[in-house]
Design a protein around this ligand. Structure first.
Ligand SMILES: [Zn+2]
Length: 140
């Protein structure tokens, strides 16, 4: 299977029934997380039980895709044969809920421009049947 040359090499996740809402939401341009139907808590990574109320009525729901960089680091090491080193590895917290975070890359700006508190929005990078959620800066 050939990759488009402009895409970075990525180790792709194993897509299962429990997480495909997350990895394939990008096909429709939306980022989805499980949400508890009882108390409204967003749950990530996927779990069969709500950590807040122990309810089992979790279903995928789309978020706005807007968030804030909570922390980040620059990766200078060519661990993988990507052409775009260094790049910024970030933990982004989604607007929907304090603590609803995912590890991702910030793209669309110089890696050195990434900072804590930076406003970002989701973009997707498609690899086969997986849509990797990445984030790009939102202009103020
Ligand atoms: Zn709940």
């Amino acid at each position: 299977m050939a990759e488009a040359p402009e895409k970075s090499f990525r180790v792709l996740p194993r897509v299962t029934a429990a997480n495909e809402h997350f990895w394939r939401g990008g096909a429709e341009g939306v980022l989805r997380f499980l949400r508890c139907g009882d108390c409204g808590t967003w749950v990530h990574p996927p779990s069969p039980i709500c950590p807040s109320c122990h309810g089992k009525g979790l279903t995928p729901e789309a978020v706005s895709g807007l968030g804030t960089v909570a922390t980040w680091t620059l990766n200078h090491q060519p661990w993988v044969p990507a052409s775009d080193h260094p790049y910024a590895i970030a933990i982004v917290e989604l607007d929907e809920q304090s603590g609803l975070r995912l590890m991702t890359n910030v793209v669309g700006c110089a890696a050195e421009a990434v900072h804590i508190g930076m406003r970002v929005r989701v973009v997707f990078e498609e690899h086969d049947d997986v849509w990797i959620p990445l984030f790009e800066p939102v202009e103020a």
